[in-house]
Write a protein that binds this ligand. Structure first.
Ligand SMILES: [Zn+2]
Length: 109
């Protein structure tokens, strides 16, 4: 059954969403399309309940994934910082060399 075939108490089509709670990670459900607070309170599970082993393993994997994503974000920022500092230092050194060369040329003339 597709999500557009399920209707809420308002008589409107529902939307499908995915739960990311520890108990129901990845389990899809249907809810009213109206914004929270103005909805009719309809809720229905799309997927059957997960087995005990899945409930135990999936939250651990999600935690590990989140940790790796945070680590990757920090490393990416550090890399960008190093590139910016290196570029700035290179620009300073290159600008000084250019000045020195010009001075040298002036002395020759
Ligand atoms: Zn509704």
């Amino acid at each position: 059954m597709e999500s557009n075939e399920v209707y809420c108490y308002c008589g409107r089509r529902t939307k499908s969403a995915t739960s990311w709670t520890a108990k129901n990670s990845g389990r899809r459900f249907w809810v009213c399309l109206k914004p929270k607070g103005k909805d009719c309170g309809f809720f229905g599970w799309h997927d059957p309940e997960m087995c005990a082993r899945s409930k135990e393993v999936i939250p651990g994997l999600l935690c590990k994934l989140n940790s790796l994503e945070k680590k990757q974000k920090v490393e990416r920022r550090a890399f960008i910082f190093v590139i910016l500092v290196s570029s700035f230092v290179y620009w300073i050194v290159y600008a000084n060399l250019g000045t020195t060369t010009r001075k040298g040329n002036l002395e020759v003339l």
